[in-house]
Structure formats: C-alpha cells, structure tokens
Ligand binder design. Structure first.
Ligand SMILES: Nc1ncnc2c1ncn2[C@@H]1O[C@H](COP(=O)(O)OP(=O)(O)OP(=O)(O)O)[C@@H](O)[C@H]1O
Length: 215
C-alpha cells in the first residue's frame, strides 16, 4: 500500500493541491477524478516523482519513503496521455529500450517484451513504427513499455482522452485484465462514467484545494 499524506502544491500564488491524502491499495484500481484544472495531472506527477510536492509524506508498505526513492526503485510506471512513444523505434524496441538501458540483457528484454506484446495483442505490430499504429495500439504499446520495467503501481494520465470514445470499453477491459494479473493501478480521468467502469475507489480532487476520498 502506498500512502501520501498532506500533499500540498502551489504554482506561484496558485494553490493547486492543499493537504491532500491519497491511499493506493495493493491490486486495486484508484480513479482520481475532478474538473479540468483541479490538479489531477499534477497529483499523478507527484506520485510518479516527476514533479516535487511542496510538502507531504510518502509511506510505502509501512515504511517512510519519498517519491524520488520510489522512482529509483522502479516502483511506479506511467502511461502518459500522449503515449510519448519513440517515433524512430519499432514497437519491439520501444518496449525493450528502457530495460536494456537498465542492464537487462537483450535476449531477456526481448523475451519479456514478446510476452507483453502477446498479452496486449500486439504481436503483429512488433516491427511496426508508431506512426503506423492506431490510437488504441499506441496506447497498448505505452502500457507494454511501462510494464516492461516491472512496476508495482501503474499510473495512467487520462487514458481515454486521446482515443475514439468507442474505445472506452476496451480501455476499461485492458485495465481490468492488467488488474487481474495483480497490478495496482491509478487512473486520472475527468470522465466519471469511465471512473465508475474501472475503479475500486475514487479520489475526487476539487478546485481550490478541497478534496474527498471515498470507497
Ligand atoms: N508547471 C506548471 N506551472 C504552472 N502552473 C501549472 C503547472 N502545471 C500545472 N499548472 C496549473 O495547475 C493547475 C492544475 O493543473 P493540472 O494539469 O494538474 O490539472 P488537471 O486536473 O489535470 O486538469 P485537466 O483535466 O485539464 O488536465 C492548472 O491551473 C494549471 O494551469
């Protein structure tokens, strides 16, 4: 379980997050919802160690830690809103690059990538380049790439917003299948219906710093 307590963040004079508590339970899916500009992406970036909080504490499995430490340990994986694939690399290389840079052998990285591609229905795209993929395929590559680093917690920023609305159900199915394999997931979305489809618990981030955490 990852617990964040009293997280605050301001940009200049603007308070974006004000003493927010977040509880991320193992093997559950937490939806972070709220209106545009409320600070959902900022919170996701703080959890991922990509943006520092101004104050607040992190506890992971009962031990005090920090976002930077969790990042160093590879606890958190992120699927970005725009997918952020490397345009000059094939699907296979997009998935194997980071593990290889972290010292995983080429053969082991490829084996893991192929099993993720199999699981995410991407086998036929192994040698394709991102420009030739559909939005749904790009998203599955982004998920495979994050999973290739064996995170304990996978964060998604607005996973439906760059896709055709008809794909909403398939994204929900994908999150459910990743969950079945034991992954803890956090989904930032402005789409309440989608949050209901995927979430075990919902955290509402309100504008002006107030918030509530409901089961
Ligand atoms: N790096 C930054 N510098 C200054 N202000 C920022 C920065 N990042 C975010 N903000 C501001 O913080 C507020 C919250 O932004 P954030 O992107 O976290 O909201 P959000 O809830 O994810 O919104 P949306 O649903 O529109 O993506 C906004 O007013 C935004 O302009």
């Amino acid at each position: 379980m990852l617990e964040l307590k009293n997280i605050s963040k301001r940009f200049g004079d603007q308070v974006v997050l004000d003493n927010l508590d977040v509880t991320i339970e193992d093997q559950k899916t937490l939806a972070i919802v709220g209106p545009s500009g409320a600070g959902k992406t900022t919170l996701l970036r703080i959890i991922a160690g990509l943006t520092p909080a101004d104050s607040g504490s992190f506890t992971y499995n009962g031990q005090a830690t920090s976002a930077a430490e969790l990042r160093k340990q590879g606890v958190i994986g992120v699927v970005f809103q725009g997918f952020e694939l490397f345009p000059n690399l094939s699907v296979l290389k997009n998935i194997t690059l980071a593990p290889t840079l972290q010292g995983v052998g080429a053969a082991a990285a490829e084996k893991h990538a192929r099993s993720l591609m199999d699981q995410l229905d991407l086998e036929a795209q192994a040698n394709a380049y991102p420009y030739s993929l559909s939005g749904g395929q790009k998203q599955r590559v982004a998920i495979a790439r994050a999973l290739a680093l064996d995170p304990k917690i996978l964060l998604y920023d607005e996973p439906t917003s760059a896709l055709d609305p008809n794909l909403r159900q398939s994204v929900a199915d994908l999150i459910a299948s990743v969950k079945q394999q034991g992954m803890t997931q956090v989904v930032v979305t402005h789409d309440m219906e989608f949050a209901k489809m995927v979430a075990d618990a919902t955290l509402t981030v309100a504008k002006q710093g107030s918030e509530s955490n409901e089961a």
